[in-house]
Ligand binder design. Sequence first.
Ligand SMILES: *[C@@H]1O[C@H](CO)[C@@H](O)[C@H](O)[C@H]1NC(C)=O
Ligand SMILES: *[C@@H]1O[C@H](CO)[C@@H](O)[C@H](O)[C@H]1NC(C)=O
Ligand SMILES: *[C@@H]1O[C@H](CO)[C@@H](O)[C@H](O)[C@H]1NC(C)=O
Ligand SMILES: *[C@@H]1O[C@H](CO)[C@@H](O)[C@H](O)[C@H]1NC(C)=O
Ligand SMILES: *[C@@H]1O[C@H](CO)[C@@H](O)[C@H](O)[C@H]1NC(C)=O
Length: 227
Amino acid sequence: MVLSIVFGFLVLISSFGTAYGTDTDIFCLKSIKGSLEDPYNYLQSWTFNDKTEGFICKFIGVECWHPDENRVLNLNLSNMGLKGQFPRAIRNCSSLTGLDLSINKLSGTIPADISSLLTYVVTLDLSSNEFSGTIPKSLANCTYLNILKLDSNRLTGQIPGQFASLGRLKTFNVTNNLLSGRVPNFNYTKVRASYGNNRGLCGGPNLRPCQAQPSKSNTAVIAGAAG
Ligand SMILES: *[C@@H]1O[C@H](CO)[C@@H](O)[C@H](O)[C@H]1NC(C)=O
Ligand SMILES: *[C@@H]1O[C@H](CO)[C@@H](O)[C@H](O)[C@H]1NC(C)=O
Ligand SMILES: *[C@@H]1O[C@H](CO)[C@@H](O)[C@H](O)[C@H]1NC(C)=O
Ligand SMILES: *[C@@H]1O[C@H](CO)[C@@H](O)[C@H](O)[C@H]1NC(C)=O
Ligand SMILES: *[C@@H]1O[C@H](CO)[C@@H](O)[C@H](O)[C@H]1NC(C)=O
């Protein structure tokens, strides 16, 4: 009786491990490899026929929580000449805390729902790519973020003011983009922010002050005076 309970418990634990630790992370890396163009074949060494516990932990760029468990802690594919879109399959690496895709040729937009793809991310480096479009507001929901590097891309629009609520943020870099408007109201004794070489950011350290928005009544007066 006791033995069968213990046995049932072990089966339960092992199936839990399989469902939430292992298969999903293998699927994650397989899908990412399949979704990116890899002209220099860095990811060719990622082969999926081995299947021993922890086999993905030996892949180039992959760091696991434990070397003998297929559960990815950090993924670093920096400087591999990779092309394509942001790899959405990263959501299946569901225990990931670090993603470094810097110095590649990734393009398209940063997904609007990125916070649901990278819930626990602490370090996110997308710098030196060809990402365009706006910076997603939902990044403000990645509450564990310490380091956010988006520098040297083609990002446009405003930096979401909600980023000021990222309580653990220490490094924020958006240098070399096409951003404009008011920067978040960070506590600059905690956050080291780099804003250089954008279209027109205002309201932060080493930036011009923001001009007061003309109110509707002012606009009406000006229009009235002109007419
Ligand atoms: C990958 O993630 C999606 C969304 O969370 C989920 O629906 C899907 O079942 C996952 N796939 C695997 C193989 O774990
Ligand atoms: C990723 O790897 C590159 C090259 O080895 C290294 O310079 C960089 O610091 C790594 N990124 C992270 C977040 O550890
Ligand atoms: C962030 O999280 C809040 C609370 O869960 C939610 O209401 C909001 O829609 C999320 N914002 C984005 C942009 O995902
Ligand atoms: C911010 O990014 C720029 C451009 O990539 C780089 O030169 C600079 O050193 C970065 N700043 C910090 C504080 O890391
Ligand atoms: C900014 O951060 C510093 C250092 O943590 C803290 O002492 C200060 O009270 C903070 N200022 C505000 C306005 O929150």
